[in-house]
Ligand binder design. Structure first.
Ligand code: ARG
Length: 579
């Protein structure tokens, strides 16, 4: 039980005693520590309902409140109850956490299955830096959800059946350089795609040829299917290398093509159940008229007023669309994997698409908790969308390589004799890129600024990794192994009380990350923890203290290191032993 839960349950008992009937009370962490650690407005809420004086009611509640060994209280302002946690309660908590592999994090996801749909790049196109956001946020959410006890299924829904294949097939047949394909398959596929794309814009005949190749592919033409399969295979291999580097993994790679056979029957079912109807030859899902137009994803407003904004699931020429595949995918995940929740980590521009899919799924009788976890763009230091000199999107691989290179340079300057410098540069460089992403509010556009994200001081991964290294180095100075679980903990100075307070908060904070899918809450917590550690370390001698204080402080160091290591791990970031 967290300290917050403990307070809530004691407060609930006191409320029942005062009111003579059960009532629940909520407690929140106080925004300003000068007024205590936690706060409840229960007395104010209840006094309003019962038309009594809130401060008097707060006093009555406090008189019945048993906070022995946990906290002291104070009534503040119009009737807030403020709680100040006793140092011995934080000491007991730290002791408990040292023996707990979960570090006080409750298993709120137990018994629930969640599918996380993230990364999902398009085959035969390079992953660009925009995909980095989906990949890094999605991976972190998977790690956090698993730690919270969810059964997590990570699914890479790659775009392996798009219209780009018309151009790639034509390019493969007319422009392909086999040696270049062997050397760097994704680059060669991209080259032929770009060339054909440019030619098709100039020449309608080329466009027609591409369209024909696509139709043949969709009709199951053997030659085209063979080429398509090769493209998918080489692309997947190239992607796998990037995921290995990033330490990102998936349970499945069920791309769009996996659902091909299900699309025809799905459209038939939608027609038969009157969930869709034919309009100008196409099969479309329209509004069912049950929502206000502002809330209806199948209505949009133009000059004349509200008009239909249908989702097409089969074109007049028989072709299926992105929406058709997503409905089939959702059905599969519910029927085959028993998903209770599906989280789609996809950029803001697809907001309407997902609103339509979720609305249509509900009408279709597919129940579950479906979330579009959207994110904004990454900007260059000029605050424009990040582009290379030639105007292309910056490739993900180049960004990662550059991060590692720059980290290596910083390390060479600061610590030229470091062993395994290459490996550590990789850990620091990739950690910096991930943390720059995850410490932002996902919805805001963020500026990709190399020097800022690699700085050892500041809100960066290297700062956190360095804090961890600093703690590990304390333990290397000890003559014998230190057993933190047998240390008695006493908290004297404010700095050590504050450090223990943050230790206790870890288990309270982590579940809240999933309230609105904000790994930045965890990132910011870790920064706060590291800062608290540095203040503690300055104010409280550790190795130079006498026992039992020395062991108590060493145990606080150990717990800090464990939480930093675990917390960074949940962001997909590793901690080196030295740097
Ligand atoms: N391939 C798509 C893109 O790059 C993202 C797919 C997201 N997942 C989904 N189920 N629609 O834009």
């Amino acid at each position: 039980m967290t300290i917050l839960q403990d307070l809530e349950s004691r407060l609930t008992t006191a409320l029942a005693a005062v009111l003579g009937e059960p009532a629940t009370a909520s407690v929140t962490a106080a925004a300003d520590l000068r007024f205590g650690d936690y706060q409840s407005n229960a007395a104010m809420v209840l006094a309003k309902q019962r038309k009594t004086n809130p401060r008097a009611l707060a006093q009555e509640i406090i008189d019945k409140l048993d906070l022995a060994g946990l906290a002291t209280t104070e009534i503040a302002g119009p009737g807030f109850i403020n709680f100040r946690i006793l140092p011995e309660a934080y000491a007991a908590k730290a002791k408990e956490l040292l023996g707990d592999a979960q570090l006080g994090v409750p298993a709120i996801g137990e018994g629930k299955t969640v599918v996380v749909d993230f990364s999902a790049p398009n085959v035969a196109k390079p992953m660009h830096v925009g995909h980095i956001r989906s990949t890094i946020i999605g991976d972190s959410l998977c790690r956090i959800a698993r730690f919270l006890g969810f059964k997590v299924i990570a699914d890479n829904h790659i775009g392996d059946w798009g219209t780009q294949f018309g151009m790639i097939l034509h390019g493969w047949k007319t422009l392909l350089n086999k040696d270049a394909l062997d050397a760097d398959p994704i680059a060669e596929l991209l080259r032929i795609y770009r060339e054909v794309n440019a030619a098709a814009k100039e020449d309608a005949a080329v466009m027609d040829t591409c369209r024909n190749e696509l139709v043949k592919l969709q009709a199951g033409d053997e030659e085209n299917l063979g080429i398509w399969q090769q493209c998918v295979d080489v692309s997947k291999r190239g992607l796998q290398k990037i995921y290995d580097k990033l330490d990102v993994s998936f349970d499945h790679w069920l791309g769009e093509s996996f659902y091909n056979d299900r699309l025809g029957p799905l459209v038939d079912e939608f027609l038969a159940k009157e969930l869709a109807r034919v309009s100008e030859g196409a099969v479309c899902i329209f509004s069912d008229g049950t929502k206000k137009p502002e809330e209806d994803p199948f209505r949009v407003q133009n000059k004349e007023g509200w008009i239909d904004n249908p989702a097409i699931i089969r074109k007049a020429d028989g072709g299926f669309l992105y929406a058709t595949t997503d409905l089939a995918t959702l059905q599969y995940r519910i029927d085959e994997w028993n998903a209770d929740q599906i989280w789609y980590v996809v950029g803001v521009p697809q907001t309407l698409h997902f609103r339509q899919i979720f609305d249509a799924a509900a009408r279709w009788g597919k129940t579950g908790d479906f979330r579009h976890i959207a994110f904004g763009s990454i900007l260059g230091e000029d605050r424009k969308l990040m582009k290379t000199r030639s105007g292309d999107n910056v490739g993900l691989v180049e960004v990662l390589d550059e991060a590692v290179e720059r980290a290596a340079k910083v390390i060479a300057e600061k610590n030229p004799d470091l062993e395994n410098a290459d490996e550590i540069a990789e850990t620091v460089g990739l950690g910096a890129v991930k943390f720059a992403e995850l410490s932002q509010n996902r919805l805001t556009d963020y500026v990709f600024a190399w020097d800022r994200m690699l700085a050892l001081q500041g809100d960066t991964a290297p700062y956190l990794q360095y804090s961890h290294v600093r703690i590990r180095s304390i333990f290397r100075k000890l003559e014998a192994d230190f057993d933190a679980s047998s240390a008695a903990i006493t908290l004297e100075k404010d700095e050590e009380i504050h450090l223990a307070r943050l230790h206790a908060r870890f288990g309270e904070l982590l579940p809240t990350v999933l309230d609105d899918f904000r790994p930045n809450l965890l990132a910011n917590y870790l920064l706060e923890l590291a800062r608290a550690f540095h203040s503690f370390f300055e104010a409280c001698p550790v190795l130079k203290s006498d026992e039992p204080l020395r062991s108590s402080r060493l145990a606080l160091c150990e717990l800090t290191a464990r939480i930093l290591n675990t917390g960074l791990g949940l962001l997909g970031i590793k901690c080196p032993e030295r740097m």
